[in-house]
Write a protein that binds this ligand. Structure first.
Ligand code: CP
Ligand code: NVA
Length: 305
């Protein structure tokens, strides 16, 4: 059966563990030719971007190259989908040329539609509802910092968005407690909460609150993301509502003494995060960005094996 990776919930918990361990191995052995060549030899992976990207574009292109494959980076605006060609026909045709398709697109229904018609694996490089590749990198970052994930508490503060959804789904699957603090009206989608609860393993749980300090209490990691996501209208009212949810040294003081700060990037210093939280000694944010590369390799190997 063709494997897909659209929300992360497609994985079995033991497959998630396997991908994280394999990613750690790719990370440790990056310079060893044996580890990086082979999995994608003579394979082409289409990487379609309908929204801007720095980390996802670079990590996925380098991952395919280092696994011996050919990354075919495509801008949605240069494809016939921009002139109305259907996702179904795009999926049917692209599947004739390449061995897997990654896509960053505005609507989650597009990636679901693509996977429904593609005959090769489809993986999500961000939609309005999920960003599971980011979630894998976030779990690897915490696993490497803490030594384990089960029973660890992650606090997410800010806008309940696509990144929040993937943290809830993959974190709950890994047995983590995910405490999400948002203003009223900016909670994560109930469907994402339900999906996370449906894949939670023992100890895995999602808690929603409007209080950032109670979410951060005793947390092992405190995470935030931008207040205005791609494709969303900028809004002063939203920024005002989110101001008390900033990830700062003051908020980190409520977490465990050795808690780390996380952010998927790009960051807006002075909005959702302070300079000290982003660049200070408790920041794991640039390791987190690097880990996009290693999990991307492990996921591609999983999808194509
Ligand atoms: N975190 C993330 O997905 O970054 P990009 O938008 O730069 O790819
Ligand atoms: N929530 C952000 C994540 C960017 C990586 C967005 O969708 O723009």
């Amino acid at each position: 059966m063709t494997k897909h990776f659209l929300t992360g919930a497609e994985l079995a918990p033991e497959e998630l563990g396997g991908i994280l361990n394999r990613a750690a191995q790719f990370k440790a052995e990056r310079d060893a030719l044996a580890a990086r060549r082979g999995a994608l030899a003579a394979k082409t992976v289409a990487l379609i971007f309908e929204h801007p990207s720095t980390r996802t574009r670079m990590s996925s292109e380098v991952a395919v190259y280092e696994l011996g494959g050919h990354p075919m980076v495509l801008s949605g605006s240069n494809m016939q989908i921009s002139r109305g060609e259907s996702i179904k026909d795009t999926a049917l045709v692209t599947s004739r040329f390449v061995h897997a398709i990654g896509i960053r697109t505005g609507s989650h229904s597009t990636v679901v539609d693509l996977a429904a018609h593609a005959t090769v694996p489809v993986f999500n490089l961000l939609t309005d509802q999920h960003h599971p590749m980011q979630g894998l990198a976030d779990l690897l970052t915490m696993q490497q910092r803490f030594g384990n994930l089960e029973g660890r508490k992650l606090a997410y503060v800010g806008d309940g968005n696509n990144v929040t959804a993937s943290l809830m789904v993959l974190g709950a699957m890994a047995g983590m407690e995910i405490a999400v603090a948002t203003p009223v009206g900016f909670e994560p989608e109930p469907a994402a909460v339900g999906l996370a609860e449906s894949v939670a393993t023992a100890g895995g749980a999602v808690e929603l609150t409007n209080d950032p300090q109670s979410a951060a209490a005793e947390a092992d990691a405190v995470y935030t993301d931008v207040w205005v996501s791609m494709g969303e209208q900028d809004s002063d009212a939203k920024k005002t509502a989110l101001a008390p949810y900033q990830l700062s040294g003051d908020l980190l003081a409520h977490a465990k003494a050795d808690a780390i700060a996380l952010h998927c990037l790009p960051a807006h210093v002075g909005e959702e995060i302070t300079e000290d939280a982003l660049y200070g000694p408790r920041s794991a944010i640039f390791d987190q960005a690097e880990n996009r590369l290693h999990v991307q390799k492990a996921l591609l190997e999983y999808l194509l094996s």
